[in-house]
Design a protein around this ligand. Sequence first.
Ligand code: KIV
Ligand code: NA
Length: 266
Amino acid sequence: GGRVRVHHLQKAKAEGRKFAMLTAYDTMMANLFDESGIEVLLVGDSAANTVVGYSSTLPITLDEMVVFAKAVTSGVKRALVVCDMPFGSYEVSPEQAVTSAVRLMKEGGVHAVKLEGGTYFAPHVRALVAAGIPVMAHIGFTPQSEHALGGYRVQGRGDAAGALVEDAQALEAAGAFAVLMEMVPTEAARRVDEALHVPTVGIGAGPVTTGQVLVWQDMLGLGGGKGARFVKKYADLRSIVTLAATAYHQDVVSGTFPAPEHEFED
Ligand code: KIV
Ligand code: NA
């Protein structure tokens, strides 16, 4: 069929169907994921880590996100493309949020934005929605608040689940079309999902959400190391790329590449 729209995701929740979301930062991977049927692509500010090599998402700028957004949207025909609002591009005021999101939509061509935070950001969400910009809210562990939260830790355990539900409801009331939860116990995620009409998306939130999201380099095993508990590795791209690069290097130094079929005749 045609493009995935916000209302298709809402219908999925109403009908008890799931959808998949993956990050993308460049046109070729975006195109592959789009053609694989992934419903939602996220131009995540995780590009700070996965593409630029920063040790947190905090330094990435709106200008940088615009470039990744353009790359992704130019590779996509069907998926809904959501773009993260980077740290510092929306917190100051609802006006600042609209100004930044307009750049991501206008220059980056994305279809929706995502921002991190709870009830405090309901006015920001409301202003974006009023401007015609669909918003996905991101609660639970929010990497831009790493230093306030005291590092990478599960959020919403025990009594804290109630606050998570309140945040989610305030964001839904402000007009968010979906609420993403990162690193929360499954029981808290279930409470949030049941309290909302809009779909939820989870990363480390168990199987109860309508959508799931992963960072593609984690999902395809490009990075080294064991990875977080919530990641499932569907491929080992790290070995595939290492083997290929090693073979190429070997061929070059031994003089086997280029072969006659790679040469031009006079
Ligand atoms: O930036 C990102 O990749 C994200 C997802 C992990 C939810 O926000
Ligand atoms: Na993000």
